[in-house]
Design a protein around this ligand. Sequence first.
Ligand code: CP
Length: 353
Amino acid sequence: MQRTQAMTSVQPDWENFHPRPISEKIPYFSRDGRLYDCLFAQQLNRELLEHLFKTATALKAITRKKDGADHVGNLLSDKRAMLYFVQPSTRTFMSFLNACHILGIKTSEIRDTSTSSEVKGETPEDTVRTFSSYVDMIIMRHPAPGFVEKTAWLMNRTGRPVPIVNGGSGKDQHPTQALLDAYTLYRSFDGELDNKHIVMVGDLKRGRTVRSLSYLMKNYKGVSLSFVSPKEFRMETDILDFLKRHNIPFQETEDFKGVMKTADAIYMTRIQDEHDKSGESKAVDYSPFYFKQEHLKLIKKTCVILHPLPRRHEIEVSVDDDPRAVFWRQERNGMWARAALLAYIFGVDGKIK
Ligand code: CP
C-alpha cells in the first residue's frame, strides 16, 4: 500500500497530535484515500457505510453455500490478526474472531494482561508494537480512552505499520458497534436511514456506543435525536456540540414514555457502572429508563428496538418475542459488518460479489 501525502511527512509527537480535531487526523489513518486504521466513527462516511452494508449482505448470502464459503475463506488466508482485548467483551470479541475466520484470517489473542509480558513491566506501547512483528492487523479493546488511537499513531511511525481496528476504547468510541448499529437500521428500514427519529436511552454520559452512533448520524438527512437519561448521565457536551455544528436537531429529556411514541428506533443501553469512581450509580433510579412489555402498545408498528448488549434489566425479556425487538439480529449483524470492514481494509472487498 502506498502511504498518503500526510504519511510521507514527518508525523508529529503524540502530545502534539492527540489534541487535534479528528478531521485533521483522518489522513494519518488512511492509505490511498481508503480507511486503513478504523478508530473513530467520524471516519465512516455515507458512501463507505453503504458499501460496507452491501458487502456485509453479500458475504452473508455467498457463505450460505460451501463453495461460496470456500471462496470467501480463501480471500485473506495469507493474513494473520491479533485480537488484543484487555477489557471484558463477549460479542465484539466473538464477532471479530468469527469475521476473521469467515475470511480465512488466522487469529491469535490476548484477553488479560496478566498473561502477557506487561506483568514484567513492559509498557502497553511496547506490547502492541511487539504484535506487529507477528501479525498483519491488530483488533483491540482497551479501557484507556485514546490508547487505540495511540497504537495506530505509534504503528505509523514504525517501519512495519499494520492496520489497527478499534473494538472499544474506554468511554470514548466504539466505531464498529456504530457500524453494525447503522447496518441493523439499514436492514430494518429497507435501506432508508434518512428522516428518522432515533431515541437513545440510558447512561449516555459513559456509553461509548451512543457516542459513536451519534457521530454517524451526520451522514443522514432529516435525522432527529432524543436523548433520554437520568440527569446524572446526560450526553456529554462534545457530542451535543458536534450535533449543533452539523445541524442535527436533538432534545434531552427524562420523559421516555413521551418520546417513544414518535420514535422510528429506540436504542437502549445499560448503566455503565464499571466507570464509577465511588459507587455513584447506586444513587440513581434507572427504572424510568427501562423498556417494558407495556410499552410495546405505545410505539409505532414500524419502530425497532436496539441494544448493543449486554443487557441487565433495561429491556424486559418478554419484549424479545416482539418482531420489533431486533437486538439479537443486531449482534449477529456485527459479524457480517465487521467481516465487510476487514475485507475492505485489506482490499479484497471487490472480490465479494
Ligand atoms: N456491544 C458490545 O460491545 O458487547 P461486548 O462488550 O460483549 O463486546
